[in-house]
Design a protein. Structure first.
Length: 211
């Protein structure tokens, strides 16, 4: 039942497990070719955008599969259960596609103005983090006030900090994903129910029989 209530998340995790095994055992030169062909860089976005936008979301960039298994269960699972698979998928796609184009657009601007080398058109850009950041942000609307404001402030600070520490297209993409996730309010405003840590603690106490 736990898995069936969030089918999209667990199908995604299953595919990521397979590709993670492939990444582990492929020779480095072959892996570079595989990832290069699935990168949402400027070159591929100009020639074959649909293919790379889809395929890039099934490979992990940094961190092991188990780390993402935990992250998906903490954020994607409650989001999919709350929104339903279709709305959840819409948030993921909006964040993934929108942040990819905006971040790569920023990179294109940097190349045109001499802030990045021309070779950056082939920079590797793949992974699930943009979609994850968008879902983390949209969960703001699931949390009851005043905890909602604490949560969204923490999310904004966490993703904004890299913009000031090491500004690059990936940092731009992650922060953009958060803004896009927050902008998905029209998709989620009809969903009922909020979550509060106080209510969660009370529920645990009732289950334990505490006063």
């Amino acid at each position: 039942m736990y898995v069936r209530r969030a089918p999209g998340t667990y199908i995604w995790l299953a595919i990521l497990l397979v590709t993670s095994v492939v990444m582990r055992y492929l020779p480095s030169d072959a892996l570079d070719v595989v990832l290069g062909n699935r990168s949402t860089n400027l070159h591929h976005l100009a020639e074959d955008p649909v293919r790379v936008l889809i395929s890039s979301a099934f490979w992990l960039a940094g961190g092991g599969w188990f780390t993402y298994f935990i992250s998906f269960n903490v954020f994607h699972v409650p989001a999919e259960r709350w929104l339903g698979t279709l709305r959840w998928l819409c948030v993921v796609v909006i964040a993934h596609v929108g942040a990819t184009y905006i971040s790569e657009g920023a990179l294109y601007w940097a190349i045109r103005h001499g802030y990045a080398p021309t070779s950056a058109v082939d920079t590797l850009d793949y992974g699930v983090s943009y979609g994850l950041a968008g879902v983390i942000a949209v969960l703001t609307y699931r949390i009851a006030a005043p905890w909602r404001y604490v949560y969204v402030a923490g999310v904004l600070v966490f993703y904004a900090l890299p913009l000031f520490v090491d500004l690059n297209f990936t940092a731009v993409g992650h922060f953009t994903s958060v803004l896009l996730g927050l902008g998905c309010y029209p998709l989620v405003r009809s969903r009922k129910g909020t979550w509060s840590p106080v209510d969660a603690i009370r529920s645990v106490r009732r289950m334990r029989g505490d006063a």
